[in-house]
Design a protein around this ligand. Structure first.
Ligand code: GDP
Ligand code: ZN
Length: 308
């Protein structure tokens, strides 16, 4: 028996990394019944116990409990979810202020789902080489908004090799989910950090991959022996299903901190008197974009504030 980590899964074969060895494994037959709502019982990132057979293949006999996992919601009527990755240490959300523009509410929605899953997120603002002086001011402002909320924000240019060492420093020794809209530079980043890999980086092929009927599986990319990233076509969130509106304020890290000074312990920060969040918004301590996202998500229907 050996313990390993699943680095790739394609249908019935799963590649398990045991030390420096990669072993192709099948799953022991009786796993399928355990979780009927998932199409795939084993996911990239799973820690598994295998028995290896003589011919360099093996059998997965146990999947260890998952610290966390992300799912892709089914797009058909079968209501089956696909587990895309498990045991993520952190997420790296890449976005751009232009080419393409990313609405801050998209970022805020991503962040609260990550918070709800206790997954730390690092924000990476890419393509800084393309920004005008006005956009660079905006970059500073956006950086301040998210640093105030407690996040690490790194602005990068992949073409100009700007701050990519800093990014690597944050990835070291962790399994990181790399997320972000199509076209922001995810493949370019991974290619830079792992030159032999050569992921396709043209927008058209990437756009196809994030389409609804995608059949691509996420693969763990090994940057070094202890550092892995998962490129995640089609993932926009963490499959959050049951966040209720009264919990949203807990996951806006800045609003949560401010809310300790609200008069009412169960203040919704919408209409109550002596609300510290609204006060902070008036003085500019809390940026209005964060409050606006909170307000919009709070007022959304259940359906809309689900990600993915
Ligand atoms: P993905 O869809 O997030 O994987 O994005 P890609 O890595 O495919 O990048 C989309 C396009 O943006 C490609 O044409 C890249 O060459 C370009 N790109 C990526 N990063 C940068 C950057 O920092 N600066 C500039 N100017 N272009 C970039
Ligand atoms: Zn309040």
């Amino acid at each position: 028996m050996k313990t390993g980590i699943v680095v790739k899964t394609t249908g019935s074969w799963h590649t398990v990394k045991v030390g420096n060895e990669r072993i192709n494994c099948r799953l022991k037959g009786n796993f399928r019944t355990r979780n009927m709502t998932n199409t795939n019982p084993v996911a990239v990132g799973d820690h598994v116990i295998i028995e290896s057979d003589s011919d360099k293949t093996g059998t997965i006999i146990k999947i260890n409990d998952r610290q966390n996992y992300i799912i892709r919601k089914s797009t058909n009527l079968s209501k089956e979810n696909q587990i895309l990755a498990a045991n993520i240490d952190q997420a790296l959300l890449m976005f751009t202020l232009d080419f393409p523009e990313t609405p801050l509410e998209f970022i805020d929605r991503f962040l609260i789902t990550a918070e709800a899953y206790h997954i730390r997120t690092i924000l990476l603002i890419n393509k800084s080489d393309l920004y005008s002086s006005i956009q660079l001011k905006r970059l500073e402002e956006v950086t301040e908004i998210y640093e105030y909320a407690g996040y690490t924000v790194i602005s990068t240019s992949i073409t100009k090799n700007l701050n990519l060492d800093t990014v690597m420093g944050h990835l070291q020794d962790k399994l990181t989910l790399i997320s972000g809209n199509s076209g922001v530079g995810k493949s370019s980043l991974i290619n830079h950090l792992c030159p032999g890999l050569n992921l396709k980086t043209n927008e058209i092929s990437r756009a196809n991959q994030s389409g609804k009927h995608t059949t691509t599986y996420p693969e763990m990319v090994e940057l070094n022996n202890t550092t892995f990233v998962i490129d995640s076509p089609g993932i926009r969130g963490f499959g959050l299903t049951d966040l209720n509106r009264n919990e949203i304020g807990l996951f806006f890290t800045d609003i949560f901190k401010l809310s300790r000074d609200c008069q009412f312990y169960n203040c919704t920060h919408i209409h109550e008197p002596n609300c510290a969040v609204i006060a902070a918004c008036r003085t500019g301590l809390l940026h209005e974009s964060r409050y606006r996202s909170y307000y919009n998500i709070y007022n959304d229907t259940d359906q809309k504030y689900r990600m993915g």
